[in-house]
Design a protein around this ligand. Sequence first.
Ligand code: ASP
Length: 348
Amino acid sequence: MNEKTESRVLLVYTGGTIGMSRNPETGALQPFDFKRLRTFIPEMEHLHIHIDVQSFDPPIDSSDMTPQLWIKLVEGIAQVYDQYDGFVILHGTDTMPYTASALSFMFDNLTKPIILTGSQLPIGQPRTDGKENLITSLEIASAKNAIGRAMVPEVCIYFNGKLLRGNRTTKHSAEEFNAFKSFNYPSLANAGVDLIFHEANIRRPDYKRPMVPLTRIDANVLIFSLFPGISEEIIHHVLGMPVRGIVMRTFGSGNAPQLPWLREAIAQASAHGKVIVNVSQCKQGSVAMERYSTGYQLKEAGVVSGRDMTVESAVTKLMCLLAQYDEPDEVRRLMSCDLRGEISMYGG
Ligand code: ASP
């Protein structure tokens, strides 16, 4: 037995295109029995990885993903954490960045890889992208360095040859095999002829501390976008909603129209304890509220900079922090801190 045969990976199928086949009568895609996975990918036998498979029952389209299911995933992994070297989660692509971001915040001091992947075409179709995505994800989940530690102890998305940090990733194409991008952080590994890990980009945990699963979520939040012409009525309605946190998608480097009623409504909502986080509608670059007076007014009204976080990351981080802390100021402080590599600490 060589060393590689000792790697153990848990493969969890939540649903999504990768595990679907076409219903011969209706033509619609529907989940197949995932126990048949090995018949579609006989190559799995040659990986020298012990793979256990679990499946959601029933599997879901990722549009039906919920915070309760994130908790179920975290609890499931935490229960068997010591038994495996890594974890692969097969997930629909539509909400994969939300799940990857949520899981990154729900595992404190993660020491093992959790790799999310899926596909644009079902695994049974001749041109499927699912086979390569799955096989390489299994290899990454079991990869160790010279001293036997996981190469990538992070929650990641592997897709189309690139390993991306989960909480930096956004789905940018519903068409291309290259469905995901990480606009503000480089890839952690690239899979071409060789699998090349970019070690300088990979976070390291504190091996003296244990991994701690955080299994509470407060989904009492909302996301809304500013647009030219947004009315006072809509702003009052949105900011008056009974939520604890708001991700506000602003223009450019975190700017908003200079309307006294907008500034006043935001200041009031902040004073009432709502945590309002400024994330740009631009995918690349960072919020810098000091740059223009259109941004500075938001800072003065109590808005927190989401810097270069993705929307998916900001909203799931908010959900996790609100569940852990009652005090809005503590949530505001932590929203601007780098907790899991989700934020670059420059700019304002
Ligand atoms: N609608 C599917 C899902 O997100 C698409 C996919 O799997 O790519 O579950």
